[in-house]
Design a protein around this ligand. Sequence first.
Ligand code: SF4
Length: 382
Amino acid sequence: MTTNNLGLYIHIPFCRKKCKYCDFLSFPCTSEQVYREYVTALCMEMDSRREDCESYVIDSVFIGGGTPSLISPEDIRRLMDTVRKDFHLAEDAEITIETNPASITQAKLDAYLASGINRISIGIQSFDNHILRRLGRLHDKNEAFQKIQMVRKSGFTNINIDLMFGIPEQPMKTWLDTIRQGIFLGPQHISLYSLQLEKGTPLYKEVYEDKLFAPTPEILDREMYHEAIRLLRQAGYVHYEISNTAFPGKESKHNLKYWSYDEYLGLGPGASSFFGGQRFKNHEKMNRYIDAIKKHQVPMDQRSIERYSEKEEMGIYVFTGLRKAEGISLDDFRQRFERDLFSVYDPAILRRYKGLLKLSENQLYLTDAGMDVSNTVMAEFV
Ligand code: SF4
């Protein structure tokens, strides 16, 4: 009997070349054969999860990376055929693939649509060529425009673009031009990320060791965020999560699971899961992941299994839920944990964070100003 909903995350850990700011789990690789063998491993991992997922309906699939658009049309079809063979895929499931403009082709877009992929996320980051070069991206502004148009003409009606701000020495004007051009192109969903300079990345070295560029001052970073949100709201986008805006009804079903305490199963090296009441990750190292698959074992890293107390789980619920503009429902909290939220947390928090954290009837949420200091407010609950 199928009862619960589940999100499926499928990790494609390859990129043609590492971007200068990237510390995600991805490796530079251009070998079609490696891609093919890896997709075979993913299909085997799905086969090994078939029984565990018997009682679930998959209502969202997210093929993320890395750069999933490097994978050939045949391999994408194989991946989606295996999803359908091994799991109960809902007819109206949201199925997203992450792409880079440089590797989008018409043949791939046709294969995505033919295999049921109905949402596409494009890593644009900026429409300014200087900024794109600073980030070490493979595309330029013209290619970004051209590929977004190609995606739309192909028939996709649910398109996300990722944009990035707070890039060292990125002027406010350049950022707002990027936002305006994004709005002009009219994707249904726009995500905004403030660049975090991570130690060990080439861009971090250029900024903090070689002093080639100055980091963005915090105050400018926040102004960039608020100005962008203001423009997006004016254009009809709903700011539904700290970093995400969408036309009404086009919010990302899959990403909402991460902020709504819903279950998801991650496939591929390093992929995280919240599944069957457990939080865990797969082996991060590709060779360990492949070894486990070849032995027909679930490639879970046993050391990654997190065992949280009920109080810690409540903290996770509040911490992630407050990322959403609607915040968390007190009724939902009571249903899940059989406790009132304010019997667990001191109601004085509301006074302490006046103007930042609000309670309106049944919903507890962060105000726009609260989103700026979200980590400080959320830390009260963990
Ligand atoms: S495309 Fe994405 S995952 Fe790949 S290197 Fe660039 S930022 Fe990292």
